[in-house]
Design a protein. Sequence first.
Length: 228
Amino acid sequence: MNILAVIPMKPIVQAKTRLAPHLTEIQRQAMVVRLLWTVLEATTASKHVTDTWVVGGDALVQQIAGQAGAEWHDDHGGGLNGTLNSTFQEWFQQGGEGALFLPADLPLITTADVDAIIATSGKLRSLVFSPATRDGGTNAILMPRKLAFPTLLGVGSFQRHINEASRLGHPVAYHFSQTMGFDVDTLEDLQKWKMLKADVFVSADSWDIAKSRSEVLRERKEQAFRGG
């Protein structure tokens, strides 16, 4: 099987801005990098993934993709679904048999998850959807070339994908797992991530989101006042 993993990205400074009230700028950007790297590790280590493309972002995203052994591709616009569909189409036109969408904010994903999603397809005989636990979105799509249709990503998209596949008469399989269902968008997600993977949250100036943004800023002001 000839399968591409696709990870859409925003520029680092634009990613996860909903968490800006809770994190310093350095913390938020470090978090985005850590999340991207985790997803890249999972895909590039899979023996069933032919290539991994990171689509969109900035120079730092491009650098990280290269370091992880993935390819970076520019985003030509059209929103998340437009970007994903054009990337899938490009891959299929090159002779690719299947394409796997993964978001860049899955902190618990492993190579075993990636392999399990691909195995669930039965050698690309069916579409595979994996749901996001919190908002009913879709945290993975494995799309065989012969069953391709435009993606419908967004809140509640898991059911929309099921409905559209049913309308088209396409066979569908599902991958349910706690690791794939968990993504990071809210403060509660950060707290849960810390609880599940405490080793990630080591104390460091660039990566200490155990503290709130206000606490970090207050400490820096106090140090400046003391001349420390």
